[in-house]
Design a protein around this ligand. Structure first.
Ligand code: ADP
Length: 333
């Protein structure tokens, strides 16, 4: 059980696959994004063309990969999966692009981590469905243009701010995924419990939802832990079983995990509650600043435990109260 909001194992990936909604109507919450996507896909279908390129932005586990799969499903097109880290040379991208089928959906996860040279090739490909391929080496190298069949890029990023403007501008539609409300997470859990044939009491459902960091992936993961607990202890999946199981895995009443609490504790004990820069804070707790910024911080800010100020990150009164620490007289907000 780790602290990150990414799939933690092959078993979890398989589990997620089984629980993934298959079409827009099964996709819970994100009503605005769903309506926008639906319109975009329907308009493209009426005009018989490939839909505009789509950028999905938001913290891990909110449904970006799921939506990419749904786009393929709803357009009845094949889906090609790739990711920024796999596209470290223009050649990597050229081989993917040149082998796409007409109309294919190309999903690029963590698109902000693509190499610059690949990024530049992607602009041209997205705009004109054309790339220039370099043939030969050194002085004799020439570039040969290659026409591509129309396709749709679905890009996903946890850090939309890191995307260069020219790339961002090539997307006809950008969806910002928001954290889910508790009632929506209850729907996600209800559906998952049904698929798993697990009987879950209402208070168990509410309690898991409340502690899922607004994130469906985490809701499903906690559900798995509760299922394990109920199975091993031969008890029903009740509210009490949830409390016991989640306590065992260090998930507290607000759903904060160890890393979330380490960030708050570090901020308060080493920097007197801030303000402090994110990089300094990350180093002090031995974590990557990218992880803090894309995984931890968005949820802490949303929960009102952490504030971003021009001078750095600051722990709020709520953070002190939640950790059971004395609240200082002045908080530099
Ligand atoms: P991301 O790509 O943003 O990290 P995923 O699309 O992989 O997130 O979603 C993680 C898991 O959460 C999936 O297995 C899926 O079952 C579940 N999930 C995400 N969004 C929803 C949703 N809106 N409704 C139901 N389940 C969801």
């Amino acid at each position: 059980f780790n602290d990150y909001a990414a799939p933690e194992s092959e078993a979890e990936l398989a589990f997620e696959g089984a629980l993934r909604p298959k079409n827009l109507s099964e996709f819970v919450g994100q009503t605005k994004v769903r309506t926008q996507l639906d319109l975009l896909l329907r308009a493209a279908a009426l005009q018989g063309r490939a839909p505009d390129h789509i950028l999905l932005a938001g913290p891990p586990g909110l449904g970006k990969t799921t939506l990419a799969m749904i786009v393929a499903e709803e357009t009845s097109q094949p889906l090609r999966m790739s990711s920024g880290p796999a596209l470290q040379h223009a050649g990597d991208l050229a081989s993917v692009l040149s082998s796409l089928l007409p109309g294919e959906i190309l999903f690029i996860d963590e698109i902000h981590r693509m190499a610059r040279s690949a990024e530049e090739m992607l602009y041209l490909a997205m705009e004109d469905f054309r790339i220039d391929i370099m043939v030969g080496k050194g002085a004799g190298a020439t570039s040969v243009p290659l026409e591509l069949a129309p396709f749709t890029v679905v890009g996903a990023t946890t850090r939309a701010g890191l995307l260069p403007n020219p790339l961002r501008d090539r997307f006809g539609f950008t969806a910002h995924l928001e954290f889910y409300e508790d009632a929506e997470l209850e729907q996600v859990l209800h559906r998952a419990a049904r698929l798993l044939e697990l009987e879950l009491s209402d208070d168990a459902l509410t309690s898991i939802a409340r502690r899922s960091r607004g994130t469906p992936r985490i809701a499903n993961r906690l559900l798995r832990r509760v299922r394990d607990y109920a199975l091993v202890h031969e008890t029903p999946a009740s509210g009490e079983a949830v409390d016991r199981a989640l306590e065992l895995y260090d998930v507290d009443a607000l759903g904060l995990d160890r890393l979330d609490r380490a960030v708050l504790h570090g901020l308060i004990s080493r920097f007197r509650g801030g303000p402090v820069g994110i990089k300094t804070l990350a180093v002090s707790i031995g974590e990557e600043s990218d992880t803090i910024e894309s995984v931890v911080e968005p949820f802490l800010v949303r929960s009102g435990l952490l504030a971003r100020t021009p001078r750095g990150r600051v722990a709020t009164e709520l953070a002190y109260l939640h950790l059971g620490l004395p609240v200082p007289e002045q908080i530099p907000l």
